[in-house]
Write a protein that binds this ligand. Sequence first.
Ligand code: UD1
Length: 362
Amino acid sequence: MRVLHVVGARPNFMKAAPVYRAVARAGFEQVLVHTGQHYDAQMSDVFFQTLEIPAPDESLNVGSGSHAQQTAAIMSKFEPVVLARKPDVVLVYGDVNSTVAAALVCAKLGIRVAHVEAGLRSFDREMPEEINRLVTDQLSDLLFTPSPDGNENLKREGVPDEKVFLVGNVMIDTLIQFLPKAEELFGGLKQKLSLDRFGLVTLHRPSNVDDEVVFLPMLSALDELSRDLPLIFPVHPRTRDRWSQQLKHCNPNLRTVEPLGYLEFLALQKHASVVVTDSGGIQEETTYLGTPCLTLRENTERPITITAGTNVLIGRDWKLLREEFAKALNGRRKQGGEIPLWDGHASDRIAEILSRFGNPRV
Ligand code: UD1
């Protein structure tokens, strides 16, 4: 059987890495395609090196653009590749534009698609990723979910049960594998950044960073909080491009840095007193690590991080942010628990299921 993986944006790399390794162990032939949705060294190359993923067999170099431009560019460049490589199954990851673009191409060519991280729903169609999730799941032949809410969502949307497999969280496979290396690095990082107690911030969602009416009050709330606890803020290119001047004028305790590598960021998440974010994956990683997570969004497609983890939805309620931040600092933080199947073996389960569906086609 030949398995083709499609990756494109930063959050894809840590999901594909363990699946690639598990599929290699199962003895299948593999092809890795990088769409080039993310292309900065710090947004892409460092992840390939750190996560020990081989160099892509095919690079589509699509770069940035509007959603339509980017999705169309991926589709038109991916089609000849998939026709030439003739995979038996194409694995797509998460909810980025590369995911939906590749799924659409395969569905029209009659090539089987497997979606890793299927079934998640924020029920907010203003979020581009929600559109990508809905379409990708409708087009997929195999759907691998990270948590039972994913199975429930897919059932409600009429996806047949026999296509859906609850396998657990592949991103946590990567976290478990690389946490010891991240821990080794923490001492040096702590010294380099002169850290004692600290918090960590990430913001990149268009709904938060594209509009000054939203972003500036958010930045000012963070600026205020950083007077009580230094905040490290690795800045996504989207946020940097728009707000570099305003970020320079924050107090020095709100410390903006370039995007960090996987191990550095993981080490900081593990040791932070609190994480403030609008990312999806970070809600899950903090839940696994037991670090309090305050999510600057009105909703989440990862509700299990709230019901069973350390995540609290803040939206744009700055009073609530201040209260939850204070709780995290004075030890009254939300305690999470273990989540079933977030155990480091989700990728093995995927490889085992793919073996069952091997040639000939089902
Ligand atoms: C994408 C994903 C989002 C994910 C995020 C992680 C979609 C719809 N969104 O958002 O789900 O959480 O990745 O980062 O797929 N840029 C660079 N260098 C890069 C990449 C981007 O400078 O390597 C800048 C460009 O100005 C670009 C902008 O960031 O226009 C946005 O990049 P894009 O890939 O469109 O979306 P993200 O905001 O990164």
